[in-house]
Design a binder for this molecule. Structure first.
Ligand code: GLP
Length: 250
């Protein structure tokens, strides 16, 4: 389903189909650009897609040898071996299954002069022409990565405070709201919106209201994902029936 001049919306019936359709898009991108730089979301929604990509690689259908993963977001204040780091989640779900060494990841800074290090991260991406692909989820409040609302579409990579909505939503990952760190770093909106291609995956009834606000209502800093309506990137949103509801995208 395609809307001219805006995101293409693909409604899928279930998690399996979401994984297959998402893997098709990512695999196509890696064939087109073998040395692609790809921003990699954690969160629950892309897990089936990563498992499908790993299965294709095992069957010799996918080559990840040239892929450079770029970290999308990360909590602050955790030890490197803490079970809650997004890097650890990325390693378990994406790097190891796809045969990619940790050292190949363009990582977000976690300490020291964060403002300077985040600016250096942006310069590294700018110097090679930005992201080829951003794989994104969406927060229940419309955030991309940890770009919390209200957000400027030109926002750089930076340190952020997490909203109550995000802390509540992230509690399901770690057991309790008190287990969710309150500060994070995120790849900035500017880099994400400048990616050549964007694949956003959306699943489940808790995302229904926000996905419609992001795609069908006016663009607003209050819904960071609504800026996907305005980017020059090729945006594909894969959304399951539970999140989309009845009917087809117009
Ligand atoms: C989290 C992360 C995002 C993720 C989003 C959706 O807070 N910051 O990177 O894409 O929220 O996660 P999920 O797919 O688990 O719903």
């Amino acid at each position: 389903m395609t809307r001219l001049g805006g995101p293409s919306v693909v409604v899928v019936e279930d998690a399996d189909e979401l994984g297959r359709v998402g893997a098709d898009l990512v695999a196509d991108e890696l064939r087109r650009t073998p040395g692609a730089w790809v921003s990699v979301a954690t969160g629950e929604t892309p897990m089936g897609m990563y498992a499908e990509l790993a299965a294709r690689r095992r069957s010799g259908l996918l080559d990840t040898g040239g892929l450079t993963p770029v970290q999308l977001d990360e909590y602050l204040g955790l030890e490197p071996d803490d079970r809650r780091t997004f890097f650890g989640w990325m390693r378990r779900s994406f790097l190891e299954p796809l045969g990619i060494a940790d050292e190949r990841v363009v990582r977000l800074p976690l300490d020291g002069d964060l403002a300077a290090a985040c600016a250096a991260f942006d310069r590294t991406l700018d110097a090679r022409g930005g992201l080829d692909l951003a794989i994104l989820g969406i927060g229940t409040n419309g955030h991309l990565g940890f770009n919390e609302p209200p957000v400027d579409p030109g926002a750089p990579t930076r340190e952020v405070g997490l909203s109550t909505a995000t802390i509540d939503a992230n509690a399901r990952y770690w057991g309790d709201v008190n287990d969710v760190p309150t500060r994070a770093v995120t790849t900035g909106m500017r880099q994400l919106l400048a990616a050549r291609a964007i694949v956003m995956v959306v699943s489940g009834p808790t995302k229904r209201e926000i996905v419609h606000r992001a795609l069908e209502e006016p663009v607003t800093p209050q819904v960071p994902a609504s800026f996907l309506q305005e980017t020059g990137a090729a945006v594909t949103v894969i959304v399951d029936r539970e999140a989309w509801g009845e009917g087809d995208p117009s």
